[in-house]
Design a binder for this molecule. Structure first.
Ligand code: ADP
Ligand code: MG
Length: 383
């Protein structure tokens, strides 16, 4: 990839890049709709990602090119920026805006991005492009940001500059992912540890349902509000900052306070899913991938029945996986209503899996899904 990018860079800018970087996309292995309830999530970096080549220029401008998008953008080097239109270059521009609040850059920059993460499918190509830009500027100009500041800065850009109200999980995972490890992140304290996640004879299959996520945002906000209702009602008897402070046992003592049946279902998912993340970490520590797979299926079932965020497309994928003998666990990942599912697939079965799943999915849904095979990869780095 680096050689290809160098050649394109030379063609575009008439000079070779002076530095190159890679940042992955991510999947959440388990712990869904938990981040905004202050609980545990378990994301990992994938081997799909974003590449960035950079070189300084003497023109006091920043030039943005991406092999994924046709148009070039150029802005003068200045003290701050505002978002301009819906164009992709706002993601890296937002990072410049944040960094220029504290630092003056000595030169302009020529930039070339390329990504092989399917864009807009819930694998966090947005976190990947934000983190790679922040990581690259910090590294190239020696700006002295602490490691932890990079994902926080990237999240701030996504929240304030782009206007998407995401939690910290995505930026965290793409910045700090480690090959063959899952991150267990406490979304309340932001403390995290990495857990060995050796997939052995299995690969991580990522199945993009190719369903547009139109519903996702409104339903997402509805779920956040339902969890807030549950929290407020539980707080009539106990003092809680977030739902995930409750163990399943304690929850059962107080759940009668939740008056609405739907809200009770939502809260039940949250409490049990948070417990599942703990159990999943234990299974990984014991090298018990089968148990991990069972927990993935249980997570999907709960997201379908209690949280109601799956939909026909994600359910079709997981139904297929459940019946397919070489998959030991599968679930939707991300916000739901479309986007991607993940599965633990026996190595060597990739072609058969893709063929059979495609037939099943087309027949059920009417159009094909896209299948990617990944390993658990590393986070942001210079290459
Ligand atoms: P997701 O994060 O699920 O992939 P988003 O809608 O949050 O989807 O972010 C996708 C947007 O991020 C793209 O529409 C584009 O603006 C930007 N982006 C991601 N990867 C690239 C890339 N390689 N080159 C240019 N822009 C990118
Ligand atoms: Mg995104």
């Amino acid at each position: 990839m680096k050689a290809e990018l160098t050649e394109k860079f030379l063609g575009l800018y008439g000079q070779e890049p002076k530095a190159n970087y890679f940042t992955p996309g991510r999947v959440n292995l388990i712990g869904e709709h938990i981040d905004y309830n202050g609980g545990l999530v378990m994301p990992c970096a994938v081997t799909l990602g974003t590449w960035l080549s950079i070189a300084p220029n003497n023109d006091q401008v920043i030039r943005f090119n991406s092999l994924n998008f046709p148009e070039q953008h150029e802005v003068a080097l200045q003290a701050s920026y505002t978002k301009t239109g819906p164009e992709w270059f706002n993601y890296p521009l937002g990072v410049f805006n944040e960094i220029l609040k504290k630092h003056q850059l000595p030169t302009g920059l020529d930039l070339l991005f390329y990504g092989n993460i399917p864009i807009g499918s819930g694998l966090s190509s947005s976190a990947s492009i934000e983190v790679i830009m922040a990581y690259a500027l910090n590294d190239y100009f020696n700006l002295g940001y602490e490691k932890i500041e990079i994902p926080l800065l990237a999240q701030k850009v996504e929240n304030e500059f782009i206007g998407v109200n995401c939690g910290i999980m995505d930026q965290f995972a793409v910045a700090f992912g480690e090959a063959h490890k899952a991150l267990v992140l406490n979304c309340d304290t932001l403390k995290y540890k990495s857990v060995d996640c050796n997939l052995g004879d299995y690969s991580l299959a990522i199945i993009n349902t190719n369903k547009p996520r139109k519903l996702a945002e409104s339903k997402y906000n509805e779920r956040v509000a339902e969890c807030q209702t549950a929290l407020a009602q539980l707080n009539e008897e106990i003092t809680l900052h977030n739902l995930c402070e409750l163990s399943a046992e304690k929850f059962s003592l107080h759940s009668h306070l939740i008056t609405d049946e739907t809200v009770l279902k939502r809260a039940t998912h949250v409490i049990r899913e948070n417990d599942r993340v703990g159990l999943a970490a234990k299974a990984l520590n014991e090298g018990n991938l089968e148990e991990f797979g069972r927990l993935m299926y249980a997570s999907h079932q709960s997201l379908k029945d209690l949280y109601e965020v799956t939909g026909a497309e994600l359910d079709a994928v997981v139904e297929f996986c459940t019946d397919y003998e070489h998959v030991i666990g599968a679930r939707m990942t991300g916000a739901g209503f479309g986007g991607c599912a993940i599965a633990l697939l026996k190595k060597g079965q990739e072609e058969d899996f893709a063929r059979q799943l495609t037939d099943f999915y087309v027949e059920r849904i009417g159009y094909p899904a896209a299948i990617y095979i990944s390993e658990i990869g590393n986070g942001a780095s210079a290459i």
